[in-house]
Design a protein. Structure first.
Length: 170
């Protein structure tokens, strides 16, 4: 399965034609599916998780774990540039939104509470935002660092939100 080369340039009307109403609500409007309802929550086979909108590679099945949160959880992306992380202040607290780097679709959020995992991160993803390919492996190189995105950001930060090295949510 290959990545959709036109995904980054699609119009809102095109996304509405391509995606189901629930996929559109989550992927394009940053919605959230109800906890415990996603079809991939209890998926335990070996394989690859891709963006449901553009088919970009996101997570290897070996990084999925049961966090008990009600959504599929992963501790590391297939490669650092597979997603982009954005500050999300839409609720009472600051969270870190996860978007597909290829098509800018909302996937879920990442939290620094993946206790017992190699990175300490918990990528809390909406099932409807993912496609699962049983038995598949990454087509491109896998570049997993084993480092938390939170510690990497705080260490390497050059963003305008805070001074390099200062504590930040992501």
């Amino acid at each position: 399965m290959s990545i959709d080369p036109n995904a980054a340039n699609r119009t809102d009307a095109e996304w509405r034609e391509i995606l189901s109403p629930e996929e559109y609500r989550v992927l394009r409007q940053a919605g959230t599916e109800r906890p415990g309802t996603g079809e991939l929550l209890h998926e335990n086979r070996d394989g690859l998780y891709r963006c449901a909108a553009c088919k970009a590679e996101l997570f290897l099945a070996g990084t999925k774990f049961d966090s008990g949160c009600g959504w599929p959880s992963f501790y590391e992306v297939v490669r650092p540039d597979a997603v982009k992380l954005l500050e999300d202040n839409s609720l009472a607290r600051t969270r870190v939104e996860v978007r597909c780097a290829n098509c800018d679709s909302h996937l879920g959020h990442v939290f620094p509470d993946g206790f017992g995992t190699p990175t300490g991160d918990r990528y809390c993803m909406n099932s409807v935002a993912l496609n699962f390919e049983a038995g598949a492996s990454a087509e491109g190189p896998v570049e997993q660092t084993g480092e938390s995105v939170f510690s990497a950001h705080n260490r390497d930060c050059t963003c305008e939100n805070h001074a390099p090295g200062a504590e930040k949510a992501y």
